[in-house]
Design a protein around this ligand. Structure first.
Ligand SMILES: Nc1ncnc2c1ncn2[C@@H]1O[C@H](COP(=O)(O)OP(=O)(O)OP(=O)(O)O)[C@@H](O)[C@H]1O
Ligand SMILES: [Mg+2]
Length: 431
């Protein structure tokens, strides 16, 4: 049945009932009674309609404060429909508010900066990442022109040229940003900023590493090729010279092999696919072996002593052997003859420690911070003389990171150096 019929049938029935009741009253009590009753009933009906109309007006003014009455007759249907509309509307509004809050939260957590501007670049809104990247303050700078806030010539040129399809690389306060403006809606633009400083640094480190590695490999290769050319061009070289050349070639070959092995070790240590397999390490046995190695390299040129006064620990045995051995062999290499070298294993309040103390050439302040960089050598000539690759301390650093340990370097030029490895207390093996 259609809505119009649903309205008119009961309404007509109600009117018919009034007329019928008046007719009956007329029949039994006369015309005056019938007309008087009809007027009374109609007055009540009109007052009731007015009352409902007033309730509706009140509710429309303050829908959240007042309640709609249940209503009578056609009003009950009208009120219940209005109620339903209102509830759906409230639900939609709550959903919208929640969605907006979620969207704002997501924008706040976004690592990329987002700035919303009008068509003439007045700031309307920005997220914290954009504020940090460009030095903006959403509250303070709202309504200001972005070109007045980001006073960078490249940025201004980018805006003037208006070639927004190509992103702009911007240097802001020692950070490198990729900035792009995207027009949206008729009169709004979004600016997105992406910080590429770290990615750029990693990229540069990778390039440096390849350049350094190639350079390091080229020197021994040049030497070997030189001798091979001599051997080819002068087949009748006297045996002593030939033996000398062969010896140098073998040395350079060995150097290349060490270099490649060290690079592979570094790659393995950095890779998450090579997890650390900790085992119980008998520190005295390990350090005795390293002491023997150091004495062999020193060949009685130094006094080397070992003091053990600390507990055994858990860790990657071969990794720690290589790290400790590098520190000890460095002390031997960079300490002149008759020098003194102490190896000390002890337990401090914070945890166990391994110190290598020498009274050798020492290292000046500006070099200390860079020692663990790959291929970094204080004195390239001397390090090459001692067959160093400059990767030793980089390997030490990576091994220690895997053990949550740290390296502390204390050194005074011409007086000597102390390299200390500090382990956390939880590395100690409880007996
Ligand atoms: N005990 C020390 N005294 C003085 N200088 C040191 C000492 N240990 C390291 N150095 C300096 O730190 C640099 C880096 O050391 P690292 O162990 O990384 O490389 P290396 O010894 O030259 O080569 P590698 O260990 O790879 O064979 C050395 O070249 C040296 O200049
Ligand atoms: Mg070394």
């Amino acid at each position: 049945m259609n809505a119009s019929l649903l309205f008119w049938i009961p309404a007509s029935l109600r009117m018919a009932m009034v007329l019928l009741a008046s007719g009956l009253l007329w029949l039994f009590f006369g015309m005056e009674v019938a007309l008087g009753s009809a007027v009374m009933v109609l007055t009540v009906l009109v007052v009731m309609q007015l009352h409902y109309l007033k309730s509706l007006a009140d509710w429309l003014n303050h829908p959240e404060k007042t309640r709609l009455p249940d209503g009578w007759g056609a009003w009950s249907e009208v009120f219940s429909r209005l109620y339903k509309f209102h509830r759906v509307d409230e639900k939609n509004r709550a959903e919208l508010v929640e969605w907006l809050a979620r969207f704002r939260q997501a924008m706040r957590l976004l690592p990329d900066g987002v700035v919303i501007m009008d068509d003439v670049l007045h700031l309307e809104w920005c997220n914290p990442a954009a504020a940090a990247h460009l030095g903006l303050d959403e509250q303070r700078d709202k309504g200001m022109r972005v070109t007045n806030l980001v006073r960078n010539p490249d940025f201004i040129d980018y805006i003037v040229l208006g070639r927004y399809d190509v992103p702009l690389t911007l240097k802001v306060k020692a950070r490198k940003l990729i900035v792009q403006i995207i027009p949206f809606e008729a009169r709004r633009q979004i600016m997105v900023t992406h910080d590429v400083t770290d990615a750029d640094r990693i990229d540069m480190m990778r390039r440096d590493f390849v350049a350094n590695a190639s350079h390091e490999l080229r020197t021994p290769l040049t030497v070997i090729n030189g001798f091979l050319e001599i051997a080819q061009g002068q087949p009748n070289l006297d045996p002593t010279t030939r033996a000398g050349h062969l010896k140098l070639m073998i040395e350079q070959g060995q150097r290349m092999q060490n270099l490649v092995e060290d690079m592979l070790t570094l790659t393995r240590l950095e890779s998450i696919e090579t997890p650390l397999r900790p085992e119980q390490i008998a520190i005295p046995a390990l350090l005795e072996q390293i002491l023997d190695e150091a004495r062999a390299l020193s060949n009685h040129r130094h006094t080397i002593n070992l003091h053990i006064d600390g507990p055994n620990i858990r860790g990657g045995k071969e990794e720690l052997r290589s790290a400790f051995s590098n520190l000890v062999l460095n002390a031997v290499r960079y300490t002149p003859d008759k020098g003194d070298i102490q190896l000390v294993w002890s337990l401090k309040d914070a945890g166990p420690e391994f110190s290598v103390i020498d009274n050798g050439i020492g290292i000046s302040e500006e070099h200390i911070v860079r020692l663990t960089e790959r291929f970094y050598r204080v004195d390239k000539g001397r390090s090459r003389e001692t067959k160093g690759t400059g990767l030793g301390l980089a390997i030490v650093k990576h091994v220690l990171i895997r053990h949550h340990a740290t390296l502390v370097v204390d050194s005074v030029p011409q007086r000597g150096s102390t390299f200390t490895v500090r382990f956390p207390m939880n590395a100690v093996v409880q007996d």
